[in-house]
Design a binder for this molecule. Structure first.
Ligand code: UDX
Length: 439
């Protein structure tokens, strides 16, 4: 099939290469000419394990091309996937729909024949209905250009696997034709027996925000219990393990620590609540306000714990920051807890040095006033405290005995509960961790 993928960020670029891997002819489109240039030359514009190979294989096979032209996209594709961002609107908690709307406004006037526009971006419920009306009004194809919704659940760091082998396929369609087209697009995945849910467009839009709201709630739940543990000297780590053994609860997304960040969960719960307010049903989702507040508070707690470990003042204290990405195996720093903690420590007078295996370039561009190093040992040199904020494997593999010789005082705060703290203590370190008693 001839498929276009509009928006080539973490989601769209991987989706475009994935669709080509399924044998379709794919055109990836973005307004960012530099990004398109890199992709066209087989260079991944972001860090995502496995993506560079997938990209190059499909470019070489001649099934994948890139362009900046929506007009070209309209002429080329029978199916158009919309994968542009829906970030938080400045000065508001709602999602900013300007990128999605710009795609429709730019492409619809060039849609001359029947086609299917498939939204993948996370959007406020009601968007597909609104876009359907826009397309009918703006495109020569009129109602023959249909709109469907097919939410994407891929996790950064696992995007290739989640695209080629998703754990479920959800399609929101307004007609049997649209469903038949999507079944054809995803034939390879359906043959694997992947669970498939076909529904109306509004339900499909809601599946995505509900999934992210649930995941955020699960993380904030364990972090709220973590605060109780801190108050009474109990230990959140064995507590979470014990909860996770209940199959109804499960142990995934139950890791306590500095909380969730990234380009999705924080803004998605806010946008969901903002949409509920517009619909006059915000009481039903009022708990998401607490989910957000608990999460934001974890960052303050990490800063307070760090200050306490340094004798009550951060002024002129040298702190090694381990991690800048919002999670490991990604260079994405959007709403990263690590960088918000690093900034707060620095603004209270500390001298921070930030290390990350992949995200330094992005971090430096967004937060040029922080100090960075690409060598983890340099971050430790002379430090009075290290704060572990993104659980990269590299940090788990560190040798605490050797690092103790580099620092001024061997103090570490494990804000992700991911280090072997007994091992660090045995090497002479004073260790504190979120939700765990001091020893
Ligand atoms: C998320 C959803 O998982 C995905 O389905 C959706 O399509 C996009 O949003 P992603 O943003 O890639 O994916 O990250 P995810 O793995 O969900 O992690 C989000 C944040 O939660 C990270 O900052 C992570 O460190 C944190 N987290 C995750 C926890 O603090 N504890 C956990 O137990 C799990």
């Amino acid at each position: 099939m001839r498929i276009t993928v509009i928006g080539t960020g973490y989601l769209g670029a991987v989706h475009a290469a994935g669709m080509a891997a399924f044998g379709h002819d794919v055109l990836g489109v973005d307004v960012d000419a530099a990004k398109i240039e890199r992709l066209a030359h087989g260079v991944a514009p972001f860090y995502e394990p496995g993506f560079p190979d997938l990209l190059r294989e499909n470019l070489d096979a001649g099934r994948l091309r890139f362009s900046t032209s929506l007009e070209e996209a309209a002429a080329f594709g029978d199916v158009h996937f919309i994968c542009v961002g829906t970030p938080q609107k400045p000065g508001s908690t709602s999602a900013d729909m300007k990128f999605v709307d710009a795609v429709i406004e730019g492409m619809a006037p060039h849609l001359l024949r029947p086609c299917l526009i498939v939204g993948k971006s996370t959007v406020p419920v009601g968007t597909a209905a609104r876009l359907t009306e826009m397309v009918a009004r703006l495109s020569p194809a009129g109602e023959q250009a249909q709109v469907a919704w097919n939410p994407e659940f891929l996790r950064e760091g696992f995007a290739v696997n989640d695209t080629l082998h998703p754990d479920r396929l959800v399609v929101g369609v307004a007609s049997a034709d649209a469903e038949a087209t999507l079944r054809q697009v995803y034939a390879t995945i359906l043959e694997e027996g992947t669970p498939y849910v076909a529904t109306d467009v509004a339900t499909a839009e809601l599946v995505k925000v509900s999934a992210n709201a649930f995941l955020a709630t699960k993380i904030s739940f364990i972090n709220a219990i973590s605060e109780v543990c801190e108050a009474v000297g109990a230990d959140i780590v064995p507590l979470a393990t014990a909860l996770g053994h209940d199959a109804r609860i499960g142990n995934r997304f139950l890791a306590p620590g500095v909380g969730f960040g990234g380009g999705c969960l924080p803004k998605d719960i806010r946008a969901f609540l903002a949409r509920a307010e517009e619909l006059g049903i915000d009481e039903a989702l009022g708990f998401l306000r607490n989910v957000d507040a608990i999460n934001v508070n974890r960052r303050h707690s990490a800063v307070n714990l760090a200050r306490g470990m340094l004798g009550g003042s951060l002024k002129d204290k040298r702190i090694a920051i381990l991690g800048a990405a919002f999670k490991p195996n990604s260079d994405d720093i959007r709403d990263s807890p690590a960088l918000s903690v690093a900034n707060a420590l620095q603004s209270q007078g500390a001298q921070v040095r930030v290390h990350d295996p992949e995200a330094i370039e992005n971090a430096r561009a967004a937060h040029p006033l922080l100090n960075y190093t690409s060598e983890v040992h340099k971050a430790f040199e002379g430090a009075q405290l290290a704060v572990h904020l993104t659980e990269w494997q590299e940090y788990r593999d560190l040798d605490p005995l050797h690092l103790a010789t580099l620092v001024t005082t061997p103090h570490i705060l494990d804000a992700r509960n991911a280090l072997d703290i007994d091992h660090w203590r045995a090497a002479g370190w004073t260790v504190r961790a979120m939700g765990r008693p001091a020893r």
